[in-house]
Design a protein around this ligand. Structure first.
Ligand code: SF4
Ligand code: SF4
Length: 61
């Protein structure tokens, strides 16, 4: 199963991925998005598609 990995150096903390995720996996902490609730991720890929900064990649779990 693939889960999102956020590159905090590329993230602008816009919050689009947080709003996009149907399972409330992502959150903004400080100046970056973080994977706050990884167990709820269904690896749908929507957050990767919506991130305007290309800051989200997938990692195999
Ligand atoms: S892959 Fe889907 S479920 Fe997982 S964090 Fe991204 S939008 Fe949420
Ligand atoms: S959509 Fe991308 S740039 Fe915006 S908060 Fe999420 S990871 Fe950061």
């Amino acid at each position: 199963m693939s889960k999102p990995l956020i590159n905090s150096e590329d993230c602008s903390a816009c919050g689009i991925c947080v709003d996009t995720c149907p399972n409330e996996v992502l959150a903004i902490e400080g100046d970056s998005a973080v994977v706050a609730n990884e167990d709820a991720c269904t690896a749908c890929g929507d957050c990767l598609d919506e991130c305007p900064m290309g800051a989200i990649t997938e990692i195999e779990q």
